[in-house]
Design a protein. Sequence first.
Length: 239
Amino acid sequence: MRCQLSIVNYQLMTPTVEYIREHFDLYNRQMFGGTLTVPPIYLTNARTYMGQMTCRKRTGLFGKKHFSDFALRFSRRFDFSETELQDTLIHEMIHYYIACHQLQDISAHGQLFRQMMNDINQKYGRHITVSHRITNEERLQLIGSKPRPRIFAVVRLADGEHYIKSVPRIEQRVLTMHRRISFSPQVSSLTWYYSSDPFFALFPSSMGTRMQRVDLVELQLHLASATPLICDGRTLRRG
């Protein structure tokens, strides 16, 4: 049986309406005093945004803007880490709060937006930014320096790209994943390692076939302290 791998770049989940609605309700209660009604939520294939709050804008007689017909939109072209999706949602909820309360800001990410963003980050330990994407350096700061041991495969595909697949630290899980990946015609080589380097905590453990692409130069730097493992699908041992 062939295994079709799901390959992404540090990306872990695709937004769903159910997930967004559930977390909208949670953050509405926690952060916005329950003052927001759930707007229509749409999933799109847009390339130009990850998340977006849309509305109609009318300018009154004295230049005051009035907002209506609100909606939240999230692109399915992007896979998110769970934290990224949550922070993207909160980012758009701040826009929604400002607009639906007919508050005036000097720009889309003006003083009022930034004040609300900073207050939420400080109070709730979030990492919302004016731009949705966070860097790997910021992710490592979130993870912290505490060792998080990982067993992971370095997978080289036929096209020369390298990917990482991290699995739970249970021998049978490793053997099962080894067999799954090995069946894929996309795979050129497969090597297992054990490491407590926080870098590898960027790659969440799971038994799905989703992998994350990694830069080879950066990977080799962190593999220097990793312990090689030998796996043939039946046994697992130190190299």
